[in-house]
Design a protein around this ligand. Sequence first.
Ligand SMILES: Nc1ncnc2c1ncn2[C@@H]1O[C@H](COP(=O)(O)OP(=O)(O)OP(=O)(O)O)[C@@H](O)[C@H]1O
Ligand SMILES: [Mg+2]
Length: 249
Amino acid sequence: MSAPALELKNVTKRFGEKVAVDDLSLSIEPGTFLGFLGRNGAGKSTTLKMATALVEPTSGTITVLGHDLKHSSLEARRLMGVMPEDMALLELLTGAQYLRFVGRMYGLDDAQIDKRGAELFDTLDLRAGTRTLVADYSFGMKKKLALCAALIHGPRILFLDEPFEGIDAITNRTIKDILLTLQSKGVTLVLTSHILEVVEKLCPLIAIIDEGKLKGFGTLDQLKQGADSLESLFVSLVGGTPRGALSWL
Ligand SMILES: Nc1ncnc2c1ncn2[C@@H]1O[C@H](COP(=O)(O)OP(=O)(O)OP(=O)(O)O)[C@@H](O)[C@H]1O
Ligand SMILES: [Mg+2]
């Protein structure tokens, strides 16, 4: 049997007093498409940052495609594509220069990078002047460039933190198509999103966390159990009540 694509065992992350991720354990098989849900501050991005070796867990172990991040994070990182929450792009480069920087780190040659970069820009409709610096990109353009960088080396596992945030409706469809194509090729996908319809449509497997703890993990059907929608399930699991009244308005 092949190693899990991603395995978290008793993973905890503390920031001072704050427990951002609390004894989280889960495992997914290669080729899975996992949607990660939770309220603001639930611990989704922290979990993704730990799974992509950007942040070290306080305790617990994480393996990605059989590589323990503590001992062989480089091997694991070669197999990953990552679009982190803050994107962390190098703003004083042009988009093409940035992709060269990222592509070279993955061992691609410049001709290969430029060819793939042009195809990515075209597919994602990323219309930036060849001399425009990333600093002058719009928010959505930066998001697209971050996705280009996550895809350029052909990852075996892709982690996307809020990939649809700030993306126009046309590109939204393109990205969904790209993700479904990757899934059909056996790539493992993990994304966070607050757009429940997106997760409902795209992700056969769903994890819901609240206050750093896993509240639900399974297929939509397994999780739903009587709830009429993912939204009502989500509300029942994380227990939030929408509020509307502000005292001065
Ligand atoms: N570097 C940090 N230092 C201190 N606290 C942090 C740090 N990073 C995250 N936290 C805290 O950990 C908790 C989880 O944050 P995280 O960013 O993982 O949430 P999230 O589920 O991604 O939320 P959102 O949906 O708003 O993106 C929050 O309370 C946050 O304030
Ligand atoms: Mg987040």
